[in-house]
Design a protein around this ligand. Structure first.
Ligand SMILES: C[S@@+](CC[C@H](N)C(=O)[O-])C[C@H]1O[C@@H](n2cnc3c(N)ncnc32)[C@H](O)[C@@H]1O
Length: 270
């Protein structure tokens, strides 16, 4: 049974609004691909594409890009973006991709593979990839940091406190460390040409409320929201107030810089 925690329309809308599109990683993926086969790339598939903010970044490099996801709510939201004409979306399981064997140049999963049946997905990615095609899996740790004037450490501590309170709501499918999930997947990939990369710090400056909106898209927060909406609201209000007070700012529209710590791995099918 797939994990289906992404069906809510509000959750999908928040995804599109708040989740970070990992631009910096796309250029790294493309350099890795070009090293192996500097050809015209025909087809990329972004598995677990959600609302498509990562999928769309692949458009300039491929004749065709297909975002796939199990959640219709997420796919509907992806269709509301201004998608280039070479992008399309399909509902499908990560473990049963709707592509012929050997037809895909690149399979990506952005902040998504930890939700899949990982061994089945790796086999399925191997089936659809052409020889020389690449697999790119990326995600980031939940312990994002904030930068703001000379109170960055204080803000990051307040955020850590919040993440710790959310830990009991992490889904058992993920356990306590997504980094470990990805490194286990990396170890189990038999392709000889592969590389692991940890701690690529990606920064985005956005209003404090945008950061809080992003954290609220995380599944532990969504779980708490379902279980106890008042407590979820109290926790996020408390975090907002503590952050504002440390920043000596009066409005949550004040800009902060969010630092996300991405890790990713790339592999080329022999
Ligand atoms: C955390 S979201 C990431 C979305 C997007 N890639 C991003 O970067 O923001 C994970 C996505 O994976 C999808 N998903 C989870 N399990 C899946 C499965 N077994 N097959 C296909 N999609 C799945 C969810 O519906 C959700 O949209």
């Amino acid at each position: 049974m797939p994990v289906q925690l992404f069906e809510g329309k509000d959750h999908a809308a928040a995804y599109l609004q708040y989740r970070v599109a990992p631009r910096e990683l796309i250029s790294r993926i493309m350099s890795y691909m070009e090293k192996g086969t500097p050809n015209q790339f025909k087809l990329a598939v972004d598995v677990g594409c959600g609302s498509g903010q990562g999928t769309i970044l692949l458009a300039p490099y491929f004749t065709k890009v297909v975002g796939t996801d199990i959640s219709l709510a997420q796919l509907e939201m992806a269709l509301t973006q201004s998608n280039p004409p070479n992008i399309s979306y399909r509902q499908s399981l990560a473990e049963e991709l709707p592509f012929a064997s050997g037809e895909v140049d690149l399979v990506t999963a952005m902040t998504a593979a930890h939700w899949f049946d990982r061994q089945k997905f790796l086999l399925e990615a191997d089936r659809v990839l052409r020889p020389g095609g690449c697999l790119a899996l990326l995600s980031y740790t939940m312990d994002m940091e904030l930068e703001y004037g000379d109170v960055s450490d204080t803000l990051s501590d307040i955020c850590k406190e919040f993440y710790t309170l959310l830990l009991p709501y992490r889904d058992p499918h993920i356990g306590s460390s997504s980094l470990k999930i990805y490194s286990d997947m990396f170890e189990s990939c038999s392709y000889p040409d592969k590389e692991w990369n940890e701690c690529l710090r990606v920064k985005r400056t956005l209003p404090l409320n945008g950061y809080i909106g992003m954290v609220q898209t995380f599944t532990p927060f969504q779980k708490l929201l379902q279980k106890d909406p008042a407590e979820a609201e109290r926790l996020s209000d408390d975090m907002r107030n503590k952050l504002l007070s440390a920043m000596k700012a009066s409005s949550p529209d004040a800009d902060v810089t969010v630092v996300l710590k991405f890790f990713y791995w790339l592999a080329r099918k022999p």
